[in-house]
Design a protein around this ligand. Structure first.
Ligand SMILES: N[C@@H](CCC(=O)N[C@@H](CS)C(=O)NCC(=O)O)C(=O)O
Length: 218
């Protein structure tokens, strides 16, 4: 059987939680990386030249090809893979937590990438960090002493949360220091055997998190 193909820019970005989930699954998968050209034009012909030719209903990056199945939209991809690998939650209680955390992840991530790409990044960062700390306090309180965000079982939202927290640690290394349970969550996630193996492997993209035109993380 052909390996699953996950396509994205050659950065962490939206694809990284999907990569982590694939790595944890033990499924055969490959990255297809599109590479933006250098400044000042940051040419993206490698993607836009073939975007409409690949047979997607809503072509975009990231995209996933699994045999006859073609999926775009980060959350649609991650849910497809979560259902395939038993990480989509089971009980009503788990589903409710997953739904809530997915939306909170969206809201937390929303202002992050615009900040990273903003030419005024350095002057905007302090106010961003103040707001982020308020959100992190809520995530910390919600997680409480649970192992994972939907309870005692790992689900796909943990991949979303791990990645966005780790990117925030690159933004500000001490950002989780006031929240020991979030630090422990990160360590617990990184200790999952297949995740630890993936992070140590050459396939793992640590940097860049953003594309070349970003002020931060590019
Ligand atoms: N809502 C989409 C947004 C996807 C998106 O904005 N992708 C950006 C990279 S983060 C891109 O370059 N898309 C290629 C395109 O617009 O054709 C998702 O979550 O996957």
């Amino acid at each position: 059987m052909a390996p699953i193909i996950l396509a994205y820019w050659d950065i962490r970005g939206f694809a990284q939680p999907i990569r982590l989930l694939l790595a944890n699954s033990g499924l055969e998968w490959e990255d297809k990386l599109y590479v933006t050209g250098p400044a000042p034009t940051f040419d993206k012909t490698c993607w836009f030249g073939e975007k409409e030719t690949l047979g997607f209903d809503f072509p975009n990056l990231p995209y996933l090809i699994d045999g006859d199945v073609k999926v775009t939209q980060t959350i649609a991809i991650i849910r497809y893979l979560a259902r395939k690998t038993g990480l989509a939650g089971q009980s009503d209680d788990q589903q409710r937590r997953i739904d809530l955390i997915t939306e909170e992840w969206h809201d937390f991530k929303g202002p992050f990438y615009p900040l990273c790409y903003n030419p005024e990044f350095h002057s905007l960062k302090p106010a961003y960090l103040t707001n982020a700390a308020l959100k992190l306090a809520r995530f910390s309180k919600y997680l409480g002493d649970m192992a994972w965000f939907a309870g005692d079982k790992l689900t796909y939202v943990d991949f979303l949360m791990y990645e966005i927290f780790d990117e925030h640690k690159l933004l500000e290394p001490t950002i989780l220091s006031a929240f020991p349970n979030l630090e422990e969550f990160q360590a617990r996630f990184e200790a999952l055997p297949k995740i630890a193996e993936f992070i140590a492997s050459p396939k793992f993209i640590k940097y860049p998190i953003n594309n070349r035109m970003a002020t931060f993380g590019g």
